[in-house]
Design a protein around this ligand. Sequence first.
Ligand SMILES: [Zn+2]
Ligand SMILES: [Zn+2]
Length: 248
Amino acid sequence: MHLQSHAKWFLNTLLPTLCKLCQQHSDTDHALCSFCKDSLVRQSPACPRCGEYLPPSVNQVCPYCTPGFFDFDTCHAPWEYSDGLRYLVHRWKFVKTTHLTSALADLLLEGCVTTSDVDALVPMPLHWRRTWQRGYNQCTLLATHVAQRLNLPVKHVLACKVYQAPQHKAHGRQARQLSVKHFDCQHNLKGLRLALIDDVITTGQTAHRAAQCLKQAGADYVSVWCIAKTPKPGAPCASTALDSYSLQ
Ligand SMILES: [Zn+2]
Ligand SMILES: [Zn+2]
């Protein structure tokens, strides 16, 4: 056995790795044990433009977006936002468990296959008052981890101008009413290809407004990279597709 393997075995015996989700001894070197990792639902196949899960029968033509519907060009959301992942993200955002960032960055990166397409990462901003209340902007933490893994710069070029109360997430009509002035960018981004780093994408309207602002500042291309996508209410989602397979 190699010396490094001895050291690893010794450390694992003394300090066994605990799975970040079930808190049991993990059988992997990653943040999640293989059982918990397997329980996450892959958002695949998905529309490359909006990230929505597409049942194979849809034939890759997305019924939820058309060219120009969103100002971002592509969206990578590799996981469905449900159960285990929802629990992890909630702890990370609302219980100050920032050590989960690395595990969540790994999950996000499992979906980003076009990393050479972008020049820099832009974290989705929080209003300064929200950042102050929470103590951190989780998207900045996420962007920093992803940037280190991919050796890309992080650009803090976007500001959020509108304060929303904690735990409030705009849905439906409210989300669609997000004003053009929701975000502000005082930088020249001419010709840049950017990845907008968000945690979870829901209706896509917040990312749409942020991408709109980046493009008005000159960005050529904006891709949204996030950990997960909330399934559209009433639409087929990856987890129900899995259930129907297991019933057959
Ligand atoms: Zn586990
Ligand atoms: Zn779509």
